[in-house]
Write a protein that binds this ligand. Structure first.
Ligand code: NAG
Ligand code: NAG
Ligand code: NAG
Length: 393
């Protein structure tokens, strides 16, 4: 590009400068590649450069050589309060997992108010006021269908679950129904596909008339036969559709805890799942600690978020699929914050294939849990709400 053309672009203001912590480069990025005064565009990886505090070089377009050099001198100080808007793109969904109705795994059915509870509608309302529009409501299959997967549903648990769902959807948000069972029932891997199907026949029929419900086949299959994971997903899809729930999206999940970082090596067979309504969304999860388990406050690096999801982005695009990052979180520290912002910007940038993302987790019983997104004082909520709010649709 001729410098005169560039000069006129800058002169007319057609190309703005990136604000603090904004994306300023990367494959497929078309926004401003320079940063406001006091910030420099730092190369983080092929897909993501970011405006970080440092010497600004506001009028030069960077080559990867100069940005790589800048990266080596980048500061890692805590981020200033940001008021930037995220990169271009628009999510369909952005929200919070609501975890508590599946608590008390050692005690089935357990007692409401002692071993498990249901999400706080006032907390959900607080999130809705901030623009969040999807809530993934975890529950346990053992409490809904006690003793046998084929048994009829427990009326009290179903009523409480339905009340939570109806509260969410009556406010115009989406409710994900999340059987938080890891492909297991009373701790054993589910191998009876017909019984699994019968659960979803009843479940699909019960929620068939609510178009803002989103079905999830199961939370985080793991250490299971790959064909079985495929079959369980397909059986659930077929049962939900046959029960008359034809307008809703269905989230499928993969093996290996449905990890985004291992999707392209583990779960590629799931690309062959079939839905007569063509409304499947591939739900993946991603944590940013060293083993990806979401058990440490520490994130591997400021770039790890993007690094762990780019392969999934490529898989979704190459296979013509949609994805949802159904769980993500990081500790309340600046390394995690940069890693999460980079990852969300990448997803946002690729919102043609990524429908959105859901933080793990809200719920009234998380106490001082490092990722708690429960208002008003949850650790994750107080540290991350201002950042996450920027991505709501
Ligand atoms: C459902 O919620 C009510 C309170 O609204 C509670 O009294 C009851 O025990 C709950 N039952 C189950 C099975 O969750
Ligand atoms: C697979 O995904 C990982 C993690 O995102 C990525 O580093 C790797 O490049 C991907 N491989 C392919 C072939 O896309
Ligand atoms: C990463 C994370 O926090 N996972 C939790 C998911 O929820 C179950 C309980 O429902 C916990 O046991 C996991 O630790």
């Amino acid at each position: 590009m001729k410098s005169s053309v560039l000069a006129s672009l800058f002169a007319t203001g057609a190309v703005a400068q990136g604000g603090a912590w904004q994306q300023c480069g990367g494959v497929g990025f078309n926004g401003p590649t320079t940063c406001v005064s006091g910030y420099a565009c730092v190369y983080m990886n092929e897909w993501y450069s970011q405006c970080q505090p440092g010497a600004a070089q506001p009028t030069t377009l960077r080559t990867s050589t100069t940005t790589r050099a800048a990266a080596t001198t980048a500061t890692t100080s805590a981020p200033a309060a940001t008021s930037t808007t995220p990169s271009k793109g628009k999510f369909k969904w952005f929200g919070i997992n609501q975890s508590c109705a599946e608590f008390g795994k050692d005690t089935y059915p357990g007692l409401w108010g002692k071993h498990f509870t249901f999400p706080s509608t006032s907390s959900i309302q607080t999130h809705i006021n901030d623009g969040f529009n999807m809530f993934r409501v975890a529950f346990s299959m053992e409490r809904l269908a006690p003793d046998r997967l084929t048994n009829s549903f427990d009326a009290g648990y179903l009523r409480n679950l339905t009340e939570t769902v109806n509260f969410i959807t009556s406010k115009g948000a989406y409710a994900v129904l999340d059987p938080h069972n890891f492909g297991r029932y009373y701790g054993r891997i589910i191998t009876d596909k017909a019984a699994f199907g019968s659960f979803f026949t009843k479940f699909g029929a019960h929620f068939a008339s609510n178009p803002r419900v989103v079905f999830d086949t199961n939370n985080e299959y793991h250490d299971m036969d790959q064909q079985l994971v495929f079959d369980l997903n397909q059986v659930a899809i077929d049962a939900i559709r046959a029960a008359g729930a034809t307008s809703q999206y269905i989230l499928v999940e993969g093996n290996s805890w449905t990890g985004a970082w291992t999707w392209n090596t583990t779960n590629t067979n799931l690309g062959a799942l079939r839905d007569p309504e063509s409304k499947l969304v591939f739900q993946m999860h991603q944590y940013l600690d060293s083993d990806g388990s979401g058990t440490s406050e520490a994130c591997v690096s400021t770039q790890v978020g993007v690094q762990r999801v780019v392969g999934a982005t490529r898989w979704l695009r190459e296979n013509g699929k949609l994805g949802l990052l159904g769980e993500f979180a990081g500790g309340a520290n600046s390394v995690c914050r940069q890693a999460i912002e980079g990852m969300l910007n990448h997803l946002h940038e690729n919102s043609d294939v990524w429908t959105g993302a859901l933080w793990w987790a809200g719920g009234p019983w998380w106490g001082d849990y490092m990722y708690s997104f429960e208002p008003p004082s949850g650790t994750g909520y107080t540290y991350y709400n201002s950042l996450l709010k920027k991505y709501v649709p």
